[in-house]
Design a protein around this ligand. Sequence first.
Ligand code: GTP
Ligand code: MG
Length: 584
Amino acid sequence: MATRGVGLLTRLPLCSQRRSRGQRLPFRLLTCQGTVAADLRGGERPSGSVETGSEDKTPKKRFSELQQERREQAQRSVLIHCPDKISEKKFLKYLSQHGPINNHFFYESFGLYAVVEFCQKDSINSLQNGTVTPSLRTEAAIPFRSRFFNLKLRSPSNQTSEQSSVQPNNQSPPSSKKLLESLCYAESVDEQLNTLLRAWQLTEESTRLRYLTCSLVEDMAAAYFPGCAVRPFGSSVNTFGKLGCDLDMFMDLDHIGKLDSHKNAGKFLVEYQVKNVPSERIATQKILSVIGECLDHFGPGCVGVQKILNARCPLVRFSHQASGFQCDLTTNNRIALKSSELLYIYGALDSRVRALVFSVRCWARAHSVTSSIPGTWITNFALTLMVIFFLQRRSPPVLPTLDFLKTLAGAEDKCIIEGNNCTFVRDLNKIKPSENTETLELLLKEFFEYFGNFAFNKNSISIRQGREQNKPDSSPLHIQNPFETSLNISRNVSQGQLQKFVDLARESAWILEQEGVDHPSPSHNQPWGLAALLVSSLASGKSSSGKKRRRPASERVKSLLESIRGPSADANADGKRTLSTQTC
Ligand code: GTP
Ligand code: MG
C-alpha cells in the first residue's frame, strides 16, 4: 500500500499472568471501536472487559447486515484531496454548509486526503452542485462528476500561518522491526498472537475507505448499468484482511434483476431489448472490458488499468491512487462472495481463529511461502482453509464443519449458485460456541505439527466434511473448494513449494517445542515464541525433520538477538540468520 508514514505500535500493558501452556486463560479485549471485531459484535463493549471469543454473548451481526450498513455509509461519503496544511475546524465548517457531517478522518497517500461521511445523501448533491470542473492551461479536463474532489485554498498565503495541521490516520502496518519488538514485549505466546492481530487487522478507517472505493467504482459502472452494486469481497471483508491487502471487488449485476422483478405484474411481460452473446463468459468479458476502459479514461485516481480477460475468472486490475489500494474488479463471481461470508462466520465464531490465521499468514509471508505475485505458491486463501480445517480436527473441535453449518440452515438461508449448493446458516447466534479451551500457543504448535506430518500425497483437505478425503488427482496439494467441491483451490501449488511449507512447519513446531523445554523466559530484547518463528531461516542448519542437526534454540535466539541489537537490524551479521524485512 502506498501510504506514507509508519505507525508506532502501542506497548501492551504487561500481563500479570505468566505464560500459560496448553490451557486457555482469558485475554484482554483486543480491539477498539471500529475494528473488524467491533463490527462482528455489532457494538463496543466497555473497555477493560474480557473477550474470550467462544464465551462472548453479544449478538453478532450477519454478514449481509454489515455489508448493507457499510455500503449505505459509503454512499453518504466523499473523498477529498486536501492541501497539505489545513485547519480541520475550518474544513469541517466549510463542508457543513452542505449538511451535517457524521464522521470524518484524514490520511496520507501521495498527499493529504479526507473521507467525509455526511448524515444524508442529499448533502453530496449539494456539494456537487457547488463544485467546479477545473480549467487547465496546458491539458484538457474530462468533465466527469464524481464523489472525489480537490479542495483548494483560495488565497493560500493568507491562511497558512493560522492553520494547524490535521492528524492523519495511519494506513500502514507496522514495520517488521517494530512488530518484532512488540512481540518480544508480550508476556505469553497467546499475547504475541493477539498483538500481531491487533497490529495488522484492518482499521475502521481502512474498512471505510475500502467500501468507499467500491462505491466510487459503482458510480462509474452505474453509468452503463444503473442499479448495479459493486461489493468488496475476499480479505477486505472476511475478517482476515491485513492492512495493505488488495481490494477485491465484485460487480453485482444480478442485483438489477432483483430490483426489476417486482415490476412485472399484470397481463403483459415487458422485457428489455438486449444484445445476446454466445456465453456467460463472453458477456463477462465484454462488460469488464467496457468498465476497464471507463476506469482508465474517466476514473479519477484510477491508474495502471489492466484488463485480464482471459483468466479463469476475468478481471480488471488497477491501482486506486488516492486510497493506495490495488484493486481487482470481477463480475459474475457470486461464489467468491459466498466464500467471504463463510470465512466471516468462521472468523467470528471464536476469537482464536483470526489470531491463528493472522500469525500463520504472517509466518508464511516471512518465509516466502506465500507471495504477492501469482505463481506456484500457496495462497492466503488456501492457508486460511488449512487453519480452519485444522481447527475442525481438534478434540473437541474449535470450529464446526461446513456440512454441520448446512444442517443449521433455515429456509431463508438456502442458496444455490450455478448449480452449487452454497447453503449454510447465516445467523451466527444460532451456532453454539466451542467447548475447546486450548491456548493459542498450543494450537499454533499443533498446527505446525499437524501439517508437518500430513499425508499430502494421498489426502485432500475438506472443510466441508472436516476430515481428510482421498485425493482425487495427483496435484501435490489438494484443498477442496468448499462450494464447487470437484475443484481444488490449490492446484497451482508445486511439489517444491509444498515441501518448503512442510519443512518450515516441522522446523517451527520444533522451535516451539524446544522453547517449551528450555526456552529463555519471555524477554523484551530476545526474539522468542512467535517472534523467533518469524525470523527467516537463511542457510542455517536443516530443520528438525532434516538430516542436519540444528544449533540449540538458545544459541540461535542469541544470534538473532545480536542481529536485532546490531546497528542494522536487517543486516545478515553472521550470514546465517537475518531478520526478515518482509515479515508479513
Ligand atoms: P489476500 O491475500 O489478503 O488478498 O487474501 P484474499 O482472501 O483476499 O485472497 P485473494 O485476493 O487471492 O482472493 C479473493 C477471494 O477470492 C478469496 O477470499 C476467495 O473467496 C476467492 N478465491 C481466491 N482464490 C480462489 C480459488 O482458488 N478458488 C476459489 N473458488 N476461490 C478463490
Ligand atoms: Mg484479496
